[in-house]
Design a protein around this ligand. Structure first.
Ligand code: ATP
Length: 343
């Protein structure tokens, strides 16, 4: 277990007396060099959490520790500029009247070898020849790299990124995401990033924290959170999930599409991702050997794959198949579940 760079304990924040908590009893620890993504639906408190860590908001309850120093609790308040935190805002917040090297120099007031640092950081973000340009003379992706360079130049203990890809189109996003990840890894910077886009969270983060109405729902590794979400909110945030309730018999949940052994005595439902069901179409004998049969009710072609909705009794099950699916609506098919989670 490495050293925690950020530790948040029981953090709560309300903007006004008659408002609900924007952040509710939130706890999280981030290890040195880790990249953690905070995600959740709009208004769930992601930005508020980031602003509390940066020192742009004052918490009502809880403790924030950065690099072994308490920066906020009932009796402590450390100013943002003393927290060793670098922040990249959604709109990059570059100073329009300063050129790129002056923008980067902004956080380096008391540093001796300023010129050298600026040169190195511009090389790191691939903008060596742009140091005399002004922000409006750069593309969105380049502006973001300048904002990142400015945040990284003072070598912060913790980097905070607020929706780093929201101003970029889809084509550019992937490249910028790769660049950002390379730079963060190369500098081994501990990073907390806020994103509403689960694809970005899954692609970049070592761990993902999901919030709902100010509360942390789950913080896990990308594969675990995708395959074993703790509840249906987290499950559906990461894409479609077939949820089936059932009754328990001998540690087995009996559902409309078969019986599933479960590990918890109190399990009430199971969740199955559409790609975790095999659809058997061709060989009727094979279908016979599978106890679960359904009737195709909808087929959606999505280019790289097909989504086939199958009715089993009263239940509709969504299955992802490859794009060569040639079945027809009304056709009988067999279903074979190869992975599921339980709640
Ligand atoms: N300055 C403010 N004054 C009053 N309420 C605020 C303020 N900022 C945020 N809120 C409220 O706090 C809650 C959390 O907002 P926050 O911006 O942290 O959510 P978010 O998850 O970042 O949302 P989004 O993804 O839409 O940016 C919301 O109910 C929001 O309306």
């Amino acid at each position: 277990m490495g050293l925690n760079i950020l530790s948040i304990q029981n953090l709560s924040k309300k903007y006004s007396q008659n408002q609900v908590l924007a952040v509710k009893d939130f706890s999280l620890a981030i290890k040195k060099g880790e990249i953690v993504a905070i995600t959740g639906e709009s208004g769930c408190g992601k930005t508020t959490l980031l602003r509390l860590i940066a020192g742009l908001e004052i918490p009502d309850e809880g403790t924030i520790t950065i690099h072994n120093q308490i920066v906020a609790d009932k009796t402590t308040w450390i100013k943002p500029e003393k927290r060793h935190v670098g922040m990249v805002f959604q709109d990059y917040a570059l100073f329009p009247h300063l050129d790129i090297k002056e923008n980067i120099a902004f956080g380096l007031n008391r540093v001796q070898n300023k010129k050298e640092i600026i040169h190195d950081i511009l090389a790191l973000v691939g903008l060596q020849s742009y140091e005399n340009r002004y922000p409006h003379e750069l593309s969105g992706g380049q502006q973001q790299r300048v904002a990142l360079a400015r945040a990284l130049a003072p070598q912060p203990a913790l980097l905070l990124l607020d929706e780093p890809f929201s101003n970029l189109d889809e084509m550019l996003k992937e490249q910028v995401r790769e660049d950002l990840l390379r730079i963060i890894r190369q500098t081994a910077t501990t990073t907390l990033l806020v994103t509403h886009d689960v694809k970005d969270a899954l692609a970049i983060a070592d761990r993902i924290a999901v919030m709902q109405q100010g509360k942390l729902q789950q913080c896990s590794y990308p594969k675990d959170i995708y395959e074993y979400p703790v509840n249906t909110y987290v499950a559906r945030f990461f894409g479609k999930m077939n949820v089936l309730t059932g009754s328990m018999q001998n540690q087995t949940l009996q559902t409309a599409i078969g019986n599933f052994p479960v590990s918890r005595a109190q399990a009430k439902s199971i969740g199955i991702r559409p790609e975790h069901i095999n659809l058997i179409v061709k060989n009727l004998q094979v279908i016979e050997s599978h106890k679960v049969k359904g009737i195709v009710s909808k087929i959606h072609f999505f280019g790289a794959y097909c989504e086939v909705t199958t009715r089993v009794g009263d239940v509709e099950i969504v299955i992802r198949t490859d794009n060569s699916f040639e079945g027809k609506i009304g056709q009988e098919v067999g279903l074979e579940v190869n992975k599921y989670c339980e709640w």
